[in-house]
Design a protein around this ligand. Structure first.
Ligand SMILES: [Zn+2]
Ligand SMILES: [Zn+2]
Ligand SMILES: [Zn+2]
Length: 273
């Protein structure tokens, strides 16, 4: 399984366009891993998680395309994850040569309603909008991906995901505060190969109910370890980082390392074998 983390920022990106805080200015100077675009991932070139406003430029940056994507899963409807107007570029008038195969689109009832409210016509873009995902009810897609939608502590209609393909399992765990007990229960007993956590607040003391920082991530990992979802073989990753957290990539990476957590950066490619 190949997971490309295309974007690793919180909603306003880092540097944020209207911000001159020290963290944004330093990111502008350093470039590289300090530049974070809006969060999303590409799995095995065929599964796209979220479709935020930076998606097209992320594909250009990676030298890749979305032609082979057959499954699109939205975690929720916040603007940094959900830019439905961009899907119009699947229309035949915007594609030369062979058209991509049918795109199967999944999301909560709130997301599917928002898609229709944005006048995205499934037929025009060669897509099939599936029945809304409901928490704890697994779905297997046409490309053989098992989606286990999981409750989050965020806005209504937000889902965390356990994605399983070819025997490998990934917990896609943002945006959320500390995860609900029913999510821990649903993950229990099945070891994860990779677990990606919301680390919006970096290593600061800031706590909220809708996002996490390092202390909350560590507590969450311990809860998942107790139920056998996180094991010594699980790769742990923090992402969705806000400039309000202050620490640029390398210093934040050093704060996460003693806890066995890696810090995501844009373009990070993880191979699970
Ligand atoms: Zn977000
Ligand atoms: Zn800033
Ligand atoms: Zn959100």
């Amino acid at each position: 399984m190949e997971i490309v983390l295309l974007g690793t920022a919180a909603a306003e990106a880092w540097p944020a366009p209207f911000c001159r805080c020290d963290a944004c200015q330093e990111a502008r100077r350093r470039g590289g891993k300090s530049i974070r675009t809006r969060s999303g991932a590409l799995i095995d070139s065929s599964v796209k998680v979220d479709f935020g406003p930076d998606t097209s430029s992320q594909m250009q940056r990676e030298g890749r395309d979305l032609w082979a994507v057959t499954t699109l899963i939205f975690t929720h409807g916040h603007d940094d994850h959900f830019t439905p107007a961009e899907l119009q570029y699947r229309k035949p008038m915007f594609v030369a040569g062979d058209l991509p195969a049918t795109l199967h689109v999944y999301g909560s009832a709130e997301v599917m309603d928002a898609l229709r409210a944005a006048y995205v016509d499934a037929e025009e873009i060669g897509a099939e909008f599936h029945a809304p995902l409901t928490p704890l009810a697994p779905v297997v897609t046409s490309d053989g991906t098992e989606i286990l939608p999981l409750p989050a502590t965020h806005v209504p209609g937000t889902l965390l995901l356990r994605l399983t393909r070819n025997g490998k399992s990934v917990f896609y765990g943002h945006d959320t505060g500390e995860i609900p007990e029913e999510t821990v229960r649903a993950l229990s007993g099945s070891p994860l190969d990779l677990a990606i956590f919301d680390c919006t607040y970096g290593a600061t003391d800031h706590e909220s109910v809708v996002h996490m920082g390092l202390a909350a991530v560590v507590r969450t990992i311990e809860r998942l370890r107790k139920v056998g979802a996180v094991t010594d073989k699980t790769r742990l990753m923090g992402t969705h980082i806000s400039h309000h957290s202050g620490l640029l990539h390398e210093p934040l990476e050093e704060r996460l390392r003693p806890h066995g957590i890696d810090l995501a950066y844009d373009g990070l490619t993880i191979i699970l074998e």
